[in-house]
Design a protein around this ligand. Structure first.
Ligand code: SF4
Length: 283
């Protein structure tokens, strides 16, 4: 059975939650922070997808102002579409579409300014435009790469891969709080899994990757070493056992996690949980 990479990080967050959602099929109530995070995530992914087209369309040397304005216009349009695609979920949470758009917009305006300035400097330095500019631009960003491996017993979707001349660097995008130092344990495992999957697919060693905390505009480095590899193998076995288990894991005992959990209301409803379990085991 292939295990999704997010199930491993989910197990680290709370085995009970993973059991309730993936074994019993309970559905999380959407939370404001999660929906806003998904919108930012989707926007980020879409701006990476149009990068090639955008860069190739620059066939005359632009001014910095014109380039920035081009990026801002594209990113604003993409964000609008992303907010619009979440309108039903926003409605469910009583959130206004235009207010949500205005709250997220400054983040992408900043991103467009950073990217256009980088590109402008590259054009100034290399004097290339259009197709040639795109071909020479390093690193290129690939997004939402589906990948799986029977050998590793894993499947997942990598948020981003930085493609450098002779190396690949996986990047995991995250919204929400960033720890004081390093990254959250689940994020480290996720990044490690993507590195292993990429190594197997492309036959090259991956020594590091990043978790990019979007709300904090910070990328944190993760080294891929022997300890991380063996931790991932142990976790795969634990999650595989949980998926076929009929034993409900205990509460996680962490108030912060429970307060942020979309199953908080149903998690202690023993009757409902037992009924679900009986339903599944008798089918
Ligand atoms: S409410 Fe807490 S214990 Fe229950 S599933 Fe969520 S995180 Fe786990």
């Amino acid at each position: 059975m292939l295990i999704s990479v997010t199930s491993l990080s989910g197990y680290l967050y709370c085995p009970r939650k993973l059991f309730l959602t993936h074994v019993l099929g309970l559905v999380e109530v959407p939370k404001e922070v999660l929906v806003k995070g998904s919108i930012r995530h989707e926007t980020y992914d879409s701006i990476n997808k149009i990068e090639e087209e955008l860069v190739k369309s620059i066939t005359k040397k632009p001014t910095l102002k014109a380039l920035t304005s081009k990026y801002e216009t594209e990113y604003t349009k993409i964000l609008k579409d992303a907010v619009n695609s979440y309108r039903d979920k926003l409605k469910e949470l009583n959130l206004d579409q235009s207010e949500t758009f205005n709250k997220i917009l400054p983040y992408f305006i900043r991103e467009s300014q950073i990217r256009s300035l980088n590109l402008f400097s590259f054009i100034e330095k290399e004097g290339l435009l259009g197709e040639e500019l795109w071909q020479s631009l390093i690193p290129k960003i690939r997004s939402e790469i589906k990948i799986n491996s029977q050998n590793l017993q894993l499947k997942g979707i990598i948020d981003q891969i930085e493609v450098w001349k002779n190396r690949l660097v996986p990047v995991e995008l995250k919204t929400g709080k960033m720890p004081f130092g390093g990254v959250w344990p689940g994020h480290r495992i996720q990044l490690g899994c993507y590195a292993l999957l990429l190594e197997e697919k492309y036959g090259s060693t991956i020594n590091y990757g990043y978790v990019h905390y979007l709300d904090h505009e910070e990328k944190r480095l993760i080294k891929i070493n022997h300890f991380l590899r063996s931790e991932i193998n142990d976790l795969i076995k634990k999650v595989q056992a949980l998926m076929v288990s009929q034993e409900i894991p205990g509460f996680c005992g962490n108030e912060n996690k429970c307060n942020a959990c979309g199953l908080k209301e149903t998690c202690s409803n023993n009757e409902l949980i037992q009924n679900k379990l009986t339903e599944i085991t008798t089918n």
